[in-house]
Design a protein around this ligand. Sequence first.
Ligand code: THU
Length: 153
Amino acid sequence: MAGREGDSEIVDVSSLEPKIQELIKTSVEARKLAYCPYSKFQVGAALLSDENEPVMYTGCNVENVAYGMTICAERTAIVKAVSDGKQKFKAIAVAADNSVQDKFTSPCGTCRQFIIEFGSDVDVYLTKPGSSNVLVTTIESLLPLSFRSTFGH
Ligand code: THU
């Protein structure tokens, strides 16, 4: 472990199970497809379904000239998975390059809510280029005391 940040730990990628290493690599590849002519901030996501033979779904951010319509990488991946019949997820990896602040990029509030909709037991892996460090956390840590309702789950 290389350190801690909030309710999370920073580990070396080599210490993670092979499937998670693959998930992280997939998120790094997905990032290259980002459509972000306005922010120029590329984000990639890879989502792992929770089943015997897990499937990976990729996502990138898709911006729009009407800025507010932008869809984040995490939500792109979730929408792809749900529209493919998956509603349970084990993990999500997010890759972005905030080298200016030397920070991991963590899902925005909307994406946290979108992830937790499909289960509170999702591991979250954050990476940045040029480092073998991975910030490992959970959606519950990222969105504590999340909204519950009588009509939801
Ligand atoms: N972005 C994501 O793709 N995921 C997040 O969780 C945070 C922000 C994107 C949206 C926008 O295209 C760019 O990053 C800059 O905000």
